[in-house]
Design a protein. Structure first.
Length: 250
């Protein structure tokens, strides 16, 4: 800024008689640009330091309440126990066991429901029993009953885009072809809810073998990785309950 001041002083201090008309015009124009630069520099100097803003394209999530809800997706019935598509149920059961929670069948919500305490939060546990493709209705019913918003829920579901044993917590996302998420997004009218993706591996035969793959059981060689993944899911569920700002969890 000192340099700009010296240049401005030199321009305006030259005697007018020493300058030709063209030079005087050029000097006045240069002086105008200098004054503009000085004003801009002063304005920038007086500006407050930038605040920590969310990354471009991501809005800061609304505040959560003290009441939260974790939803495991799967199909009801013993024939689906242990299948890849029911790993969301298994993850919720593991979390409930860690916190001594008990889920009970309730026809009011069309789901199994229980609750635990995590830190200072009341955490509901929900397993829709309407089959995975119709998960949205019971979720919406319990959200309305407890006055919850999309910011208050975490959905656990299988994901063929991740290898067996891999898990990923996201603050939001698309359904990615998963019919449970597709129905939830349609019923809630938003995809701005947290989700825990649990890897079940891609079907060996490609997308044409998807249904057979997700409705099939894990192999014996995958059992160890599945157990480790479920333990990690419980940790991430706890972290989600304790961390209110998921702006950077994508």
């Amino acid at each position: 800024m000192l340099m700009w001041s010296i240049v401005a002083a030199l321009i305006v201090s030259l005697p007018a008689t020493a300058l030709s008309p063209a030079t005087r015009l050029a000097s006045l124009e240069a002086s105008r640009h200098v004054r503009t630069a000085l004003a801009a520099s002063a304005a920038n100097t007086n500006q407050p330091p930038p605040t920590n803003q969310p990354a471009r394209g991501f809005s800061k999530p609304p505040p959560r309440s003290q009441n939260l809800l974790i939803v495991g997706l799967g199909n009801p019935g013993n024939e689906y126990d242990g299948t890849r598509h029911n790993v969301g149920f298994a993850a919720l059961d593991a979390f409930a066991t860690a916190y001594q929670g008990v889920l009970k069948s309730t026809s009011k919500f069309g789901a199994d429901y229980g609750a635990v305490r995590v830190g200072n939060k009341n955490v509901g546990l929900l397993k829709p029993t309407t089959y995975i493709n119709n998960s949205g209705k019971p979720l919406k019913a319990i959200m309305t009953h407890f006055k919850l918003t999309a910011a208050d829920i975490l959905v656990l579901a299988d994901d063929v885009g991740l290898e067996v044993g891999d898990v990923q917590l996201k603050g939001r996302g698309s359904h990615g072809g998963h019919n449970g998420h597709r129905d939830i997004e349609a019923v809630l009218g938003t995809r701005e809810y947290a989700r825990l993706r649990i890897g079940v591996g891609a079907p060996p035969g490609g997308r044409g073998a998807l249904v057979e793959h997700v409705l099939g059981a894990f192999s014996g060689g995958e059992a160890g990785r599945v157990a480790e993944a479920l333990a990690r899911c419980s940790e991430l569920c706890r972290e989600w309950c304790e961390v209110d700002d998921l702006t950077n969890v994508r």
